[in-house]
Design a protein around this ligand. Structure first.
Ligand code: GLA
Length: 373
């Protein structure tokens, strides 16, 4: 294993443990997690592998095979960390005195900037390995919550629980239906191949800089709308028409999206349970329109990807993840895959945009130990 060889070369011994945690793609349920709602992500086949040995002191030595430097970074004070190392150091900061320092090598293959949660994969791989090494006995959901706290409180990104939960809990061949309030979850089998279908990830290769600020703004708008409606979270809105009468402008539109998106997640889960996977396309399309027009987190590149995929014969398509760039997904019959790719590629070429990247999405397993096996 490449990460083990690199660990030996950097630290002169074998790592005590090696864990892998995946990135995710979200089938439906966007911007619902921090509104205590429902999400339905699945794990992608790409992720982060972390090789770790504990140290006798509190120092963290950290090497990434994706970083240009061949030398490990040495961190003796958490606040000195920067860039990608903050996701790892944040996990240590949240674990506090329970764990000493460590020597770590990470190797990741989540396509960068595609919005497939490479940061959650990094946090969850390291958190799972540390839990295992030190016998902390944390459940996968507790590891996801710790990783989310690392991102909220240490990195400073006010994300919800979806990405970390998907990375920690997903099962192969299934999507994860998660209630972000109760944190109850269930694996929903997603056997697309049995129906001659595929989910194609269309990576726009564009990521807009203001995404972080807009995310925090959306979250604040939802919280403000919930306060005005006298509910704990937008998940609790039962009379949508009544709620919309009491809200104006952005808060009204955000509420419309969140409430209808929660219904779409439940409807899509119902279809999957009924074996009607061929019927989910309309819900994907409706989700995209709602994210574009009500939640206003799409981008021209995402809209063109979705429209061109549908024109090329996709059965449904939507942006996925936080928005403002990143990826879209399309539900495509196997014999239409080439047509859909051609249609999207041509639409991008016509606009002189950078060519999009196409990635096949097969639901993989969540975090797991690779060594010792
Ligand atoms: C990002 C966040 C998630 C979630 C999505 C939108 O991926 O990290 O918590 O809010 O955006 O659904």
């Amino acid at each position: 294993m490449r990460v083990v060889e690199a660990f030996r070369a950097a630290f002169g011994a074998d790592p005590e443990t090696v864990w892998h945690a995946p990135g995710r793609v979200n089938l439906i349920g966007e911007h619902t997690d921090y509104n205590d709602g429902f999400v339905l992500p699945f794990a992608v086949p790409w992720g982060v592998t972390a090789a770790i040995s504990p140290r006798g002191d509190r120092t963290i030595r950290l090497l990434s095979l994706q970083s240009p430097s061949a030398e490990p970074v040495t961190i003796t004070r958490h606040e000195d960390s920067e860039g990608w190392t903050r996701y790892v150091v944040g996990v240590f900061a949240m674990l506090g005195d329970q764990v000493p320092g460590a020597d770590i090598v990470v190797d990741g293959d989540v396509p960068q900037g595609a919005g497939l949660s490479s940061s959650a994969a990094l946090e969850v791989s390291v958190a799972s390995a540390l839990d295992d090494l030190h016998g902390l006995g944390m459940s996968p959901m507790e590891l996801a919550l710790l990783s989310q706290r690392a991102e909220n409180d240490f990195v400073g990104m006010p994300c919800g629980i979806m990405d970390q939960a998907a990375s920690a809990l997903c099962q192969e061949g299934a999507a994860l239906f998660l209630d972000c309030r109760s944190l109850g979850s269930r694996a929903i089998p997603l056997d697309l191949a049995a129906h001659g279908l595929r989910i194609l990830i269309i990576d726009t290769q564009v990521h807009h800089e203001h995404a972080g600020g807009e995310y925090a703004k959306r979250r604040a708008e939802c919280e403000s709308a919930a306060r005005k409606l006298g509910v704990a979270a937008l998940r609790d809105v039962t009379d949508l028409a009544g709620a919309l009468e009491r809200l104006r402008g952005d808060e009204r539109r955000r509420t419309m999206h969140v409430v209808t998106e929660n219904h779409r997640v439940e409807a899509l889960v119902g279809l999957l349970r009924a074996g009607a996977v061929t019927e989910i396309g309309a819900l994907l399309n409706a989700s995209h329109l709602s994210l574009r027009d009500q939640y206003e987190v799409s981008s021209p590149e995402l809209d063109v990807a979705v429209e061109a995929a549908l024109r090329g014969g996709a059965r449904g398509a939507r942006m996925t993840g936080g928005g403002f760039g990143g990826s879209a997904i399309a539900l495509v019959a196997e014999d239409r895959l080439d047509g859909v790719k051609e249609s999207v590629a041509a639409a991008y070429a016509e606009r002189s945009w950078k060519a999009p990247r196409f990635l096949p999405a097969v639901p993989g397993p969540g975090a797991r130990r690779l060594l010792p096996s």
